[in-house]
Design a protein around this ligand. Sequence first.
Ligand SMILES: Cc1cc2nc3c(=O)[nH]c(=O)nc-3n(C[C@H](O)[C@H](O)[C@H](O)COP(=O)(O)OP(=O)(O)OC[C@H]3O[C@@H](n4cnc5c(N)ncnc54)[C@H](O)[C@@H]3O)c2cc1C
Length: 151
Amino acid sequence: MLRLPRLDYLRPRSIEEATELAAQNPGSMFIAGGTDLVPNLKRRQFDVSTLISLNALPNGRRIEGDAQRGITIGAGTTLDELAHHDLLDGPFRALAQACGSVSTPQVRFMGTLGGNLLVEGRRHLPGRPKLAALLGSVLVRQRTGDARAWR
Ligand SMILES: Cc1cc2nc3c(=O)[nH]c(=O)nc-3n(C[C@H](O)[C@H](O)[C@H](O)COP(=O)(O)OP(=O)(O)OC[C@H]3O[C@@H](n4cnc5c(N)ncnc54)[C@H](O)[C@@H]3O)c2cc1C
């Protein structure tokens, strides 16, 4: 059985604290659902000393807005939540359907939208949904604390 290496585990309560901890710990990685990261850590794919959990961030799992203004989705929202959310049962249905067709229920219950966008070196499988293609823009908080939008 593959085991995780010894790691420090930090659980910040705000985005500011999370980015500060990341800046203070150069050998750290963020972890959300862990569906991609944990197996990679067990295979010693990354040289990581500290995991910074994003699970306690406020508003990390928010889904809000409407069809006119658009929908804002927190990076920590799980794929299963997106697959079943009422707000995505309209013009944004394609995103819900794509999330609902990713892998297995276990991956969808734990895996997050942010993690899907940020998995490292994932080769995309033909015929599988590519969620990033269905998003309008992504707000990124950099380790320096700055925010910027991609389109
Ligand atoms: C068996 C299997 C099948 C899959 N099939 C598909 C598929 O068909 N289509 C598809 O699109 N995807 C697929 N995936 C990918 C899946 O969607 C991702 O594994 C999942 O969404 C990752 O989310 P997570 O929260 O578990 O991320 P984690 O494993 O926790 O993190 C993944 C990476 O993202 C970084 N990260 C996570 N959240 C943030 C954040 N908020 N800010 C900064 N960095 C962050 C982590 O540091 C890490 O590098 C599959 C995965 C598995 C395991």
